[in-house]
Design a protein around this ligand. Structure first.
Ligand code: PEP
Ligand code: MG
Length: 320
């Protein structure tokens, strides 16, 4: 029940077999952060920073950004908070960026591609995140990474910022896995990145070639499509090979059947919408790692998302 879920909510999330799974929240404002902590989030695996950059004539100053990042980070106390760098493109209006109109904005200059074209904007955001983190470990991650070269440029930019600012506290730099390309080369990315985090919303969109904003396709956009599951499995393998942590921050992490599969594939951090934190914590506490691994096997072997859901429902005793 919801009350039982709230009671478990403030406890550390563990599987019934004892393994620690961190249940984090995705947030997009200071108010979200406070709500997430109240609901038992153990950190944030995704702070969407677009809210700071859209619908205004000038980009936010580093001081303004730093103040908001600090407020978000402080709401979580000692718990980790991963701040995602700007993920905008031609479909989101930022008047101060002269982005050309595109026929296919989802396949255009967006995410890290924007940041690398406007390096002062991205470097400024990095400086603001470091200031916001102060003496705590800063976790910075970039959206829509699709090649090792992009990640190398990101790392070089961070190194330059660290050298110029003399920032001395620890910094972890991660890449989001949101494209089939990044899932397939996750092992290569994991060599250079401190962590990877799968964005299942975009990964599903790009794998299935189905626009996530097209309501006509909503039914088909299921992260339990075996093609998506296999890509997450490859990403998990790449992380394991290099001893890196794999997190999940797309909507699938908050879907109970998919959450079991993701844990079975190797994810140890699930970042979900704040409202789903209590339920996901409680759900995980009833599952063993063995069950999650069996769930992953079943999902990998399924012929379709529908078949995967049917099989998982039977296996995990949960009709959806
Ligand atoms: C995702 O793509 O799964 C993700 C977490 O990022 P966003 O939803 O902000 O694109
Ligand atoms: Mg995304």
């Amino acid at each position: 029940s919801y009350c039982a879920a709230l009671a478990t909510a403030q406890r550390e999330a563990r599987l019934a077999s004892g393994e620690r799974i961190e249940v984090f929240a995705n947030i997009g404002s200071v108010a979200d952060a406070e709500e997430a902590v109240r609901l038992g989030a153990e950190g944030s695996g995704l702070v969407r920073t677009e809210f700071l950059f859209l619908d205004r004539a000038e980009p936010p100053s580093e001081a303004e950004q730093a103040e908001i990042y600090a407020a978000i980070i402080e709401s979580f106390g000692d718990r980790p908070v991963s701040i995602r760098t700007l993920d905008i493109g031609a479909d989101k209006p930022a008047p101060y960026l002269p982005l050309a109109k595109e026929d296919n904005p989802a396949l255009g200059v967006r995410g890290i591609r924007v940041g690398l074209r406007y390096p002062e904007l991205l470097a400024g955001q990095m400086r603001a995140i470091l200031r916001g983190a102060g003496g705590r470990t800063a976790h910075i991650m970039a959206p829509m990474v699709s090649s090792a070269g992009e990640f190398a440029q990101l790392r070089a930019m961070l190194d330059r910022v660290l050298a110029e600012t003399g920032h001395a506290a620890p910094v972890r730099l991660g890449a989001m896995v949101e494209t089939p390309a990044s899932a397939l080369i996750a092992g290569t990315l994991a060599r250079e990145a401190d962590f990877l985090s799968v964005g299942t919303n975009d990964l599903t969109q790009y794998t299935l070639a189905a626009d996530r904003t097209n309501s006509d396709l909503a039914r088909d956009l299921d992260a339990l499509h075996p093609a998506v599951t296999r890509l997450v499995g490859i990403a998990a393998e790449g992380c394991r090979a290099h001893g890196r942590m794999l997190g999940i921050c797309g909507g699938a992490a908050g879907d109970p059947l998919a959450a079991a599969v993701l844990v079975g594939l190797g994810a140890r951090e699930l970042s979900v919408s704040a409202a789903r934190v209590p339920e996901i914590k409680q759900w995980l506490s009833a599952l063993t790692l063995e069950q999650c691994r069996a769930a992953a096997e079943a999902a990998l072997a399924a012929a379709s998302a529908e078949e995967a859901r049917g099989e998982l429902g039977r296996l995990l005793g949960r009709a959806e």
